[in-house]
Ligand binder design. Structure first.
Ligand SMILES: C[S@@+](CC[C@H](N)C(=O)[O-])C[C@H]1O[C@@H](n2cnc3c(N)ncnc32)[C@H](O)[C@@H]1O
Length: 199
């Protein structure tokens, strides 16, 4: 049985605040070199799995898609609720961008890789979101969740979420999990949840 959900552990950032933050360049640093190791780890997983379709939930400006580069010829769907984040993006071939709330995704079908890169802490019911997003993963495909791991004293809420996610992923039926950790400007964790092929 999955554990009881952990409600949002960080102060809410409203949709309007995200819009303002993107307009002011608050998140531009994500595309800078010190952040690259995390995107590179995500891309390595997508490539190693031979994913032909990627759903990037809370995609922001699409840094992950750019990191995949021209060597990824599959279908990419990026979803974010910030118009400002999506507005400046030049779409690549086979790329679809949707402005929508991650809690109410207007999507059908499944994807070989579903990505939540630095997004989970902002969702109302993160553990429920993870379970819901697993339904969007094709059998044999992967849900990739990356989380920044700041010092516990500075961000106790984020640590509470990580603890709850650690416990929850162990109890997910039909799904194996692996944890990758890394550092750069910031320490991060990458959860790789693989849906069993028969599910
Ligand atoms: C820290 S940024 C990460 C952006 C991108 N995933 C990356 O790693 O480069 C978090 C993103 O989540 C988006 N977001 C937060 N809550 C959301 C929600 N409920 N629905 C859709 N997007 C959301 C924000 O607009 C923002 O673009």
């Amino acid at each position: 049985m999955p554990h009881q959900d952990t409600a949002r552990q960080v102060p809410e950032t409203s949709r309007d605040e995200w819009e303002d933050q993107y307009r002011s360049g608050r998140w531009d640093y994500l595309a800078e070199r010190p952040e690259q190791a995390r995107y590179t780890a995500l891309c390595a997983r997508i490539e190693a799995a031979g994913a032909a379709s990627v759903l990037d939930i809370g995609c922001g400006t699409g840094v992950l898609r750019d990191c995949l580069g021209d060597r990824f010829g599959g279908r990419y769907v990026g979803v974010d609720w910030s118009h400002a984040a999506l507005a400046g993006r030049t779409r690549r071939p086979r790329e679809t961008l949707l402005c929508a709330d991650a809690s109410r995704l207007p999507l059908r079908g499944t994807f070989d890789a579903v990505v939540l890169s630095e997004v989970l802490y902002y969702l109302d019911e993160p553990l429920a979101a993870v379970r819901g997003m697993l339904d969007l993963v094709a059998p044999g495909g992967q849900l990739l969740i990356s989380l920044y791991q700041p010092p516990a004293v500075r961000h106790p809420g984020w640590h509470a979420l990580i603890g709850a996610l650690d416990r929850d992923v162990r109890s997910l039926a039909g799904t194996s999990h692996e944890l990758v950790t890394g550092a750069g400007r910031r320490s991060w964790r990458l959860y790789v949840l693989t849906r069993e092929a028969g599910r």
